[in-house]
Ligand binder design. Sequence first.
Ligand code: NAI
Length: 507
Amino acid sequence: MIRQFPQKMNVFVVGAGVMGAGITQVVAQAGHSVHLYDEQQEVAGAALESLSRALQSRVDRKKLEAHQVAEILTRIQLAQNLADADQAHLVIEAIVEDINVKISLFETLETIVSRDCVLATNTSSLSVTALGRKLEHPERLIGMHFFNPAPVMKLVEVICGVQTSPKIAEQVYQLAESLGKVPVHAKSTPGFIVNRIARPFYAEALALLHERMVEPARLDSLMRAAGFRMGPCELMDLIGHDTNYKVTSSLFEANFYDRRYMPSVVQRSLLDAGFLGRKSGRGFYDYLNPRPLADPEPTAAAQLPDWQNLTVHGNNRISDHFAARLDELGVTYQKNPASSWVGLDSDGRQLRLSSGQSASQLGTLVAVFDLPLELSGTRQLAMAVSRQTPREFKSCALDWLRLFGFNPLPVADTPGLIVARTIAMLINEAADAVQQGVCSEQDANLATRAGLNFPAGPFEWLDELGVDYVVRMLENLDRVYRGERYRVSPWLLQRKNVPESQTESTR
Ligand code: NAI
């Protein structure tokens, strides 16, 4: 039977910094009593004041009534010392991210709290298993990872260490739901779910910048056009390069220097220069002298191209989009749904959806375009041709894309372009996480949507793109880059469609 917390709980929050204050607000707003404790009493006092101001501003914005704020505030008390945790049903720790300080806090707490009290840590990077190792009852220690700002961000990762009781995990999961959050279950492994699955979003951008394939502003605008709320460069500037680099480095180290998680020299040099992002006035962008990038206006499509023997290749929503538009234009074409690629062919001149090969690997009369996640509206889309491609074919390929409703932007001829390789790598990382029992597919989707504000989850993209496309993309990237970064998750390989002939021969 799953243990239940009482309807009205006593929660003890340790650490009154950004996270502790936010968590206190969330818990008190849900009707529970909270004691907030910080070893620096003045910090706790200041946190309560800023929390009152935040609640008051919700009254001004007509989100709360004044009497509700008064009630919430009566439920919050400042604790003078840890001993006040003796009546707590749950302690949530949000102190400094230092393993020894946290271990010693939990050891002390265990001498104060009742036997039934659950101990939760809000750590963003430390092992929950390691934090529990000195406890007499490590089964009651769990990760309850809120995101910043806690009152706004919906996601809570409920993290089990090796010794955490599954019943307590379920109890805390239900509590998080009752707080109005979106909880997900995770196993205590480096980066848990979100910080791990998000890595390729930054890493692919940094790799493209390292190879000088694209400028930060162009990269960001292409990713925004694909449906991401922010591009990776502006997001790293917002998070702060010191923080972002630290998380990447800790994952790299915690995975025994697996080169997939290797930090980037591009980010390292920003750090060396003191360009920490928005907070220091400069990162990829200069916030003191902003120079907004003028997005190129979409150019109207030219007249109908001189298409001969036009064939639509592939069998997915992109080939359907091409076919529907050609029908609309009254153009005659054939279909090759069994083709190994997606796009158009007119007498050997090809426009192909990127599958991890550069245009130069495919031929001089081939243009590759990036993965359009959205087909509605006129959206920017990266497109590349090889260096040897005749100029006329390049402008012709641009016109073709315009006719299908895109605003194509030529970029350097890089394998997997920008969106396609990033999405494939996000899926690959999520697939490894599921393979290793870190989370379920469904929770990976929830976590990326609610914790990262991505437009979809990795397994939703996978359903749409198909395993074969993603595996081909990763294998093609691996052929070019040869290293650990693009190795394909065994989870994906196990789900790949095996051609009939091969199934026969292995019987
Ligand atoms: P912070 O530095 O704003 O606040 C930490 C507070 O803990 C300070 O007020 C400090 O006086 C107090 N403290 C330190 N040692 C203590 C002890 N032994 N006993 C009582 N109080 C103590 O830190 P922040 O950002 O609130 O982070 C807290 C925890 O939450 C860390 O584990 C961090 O990794 C995690 N976290 C942080 C996020 C963020 O965006 N800041 C997001 C998610 C998790």
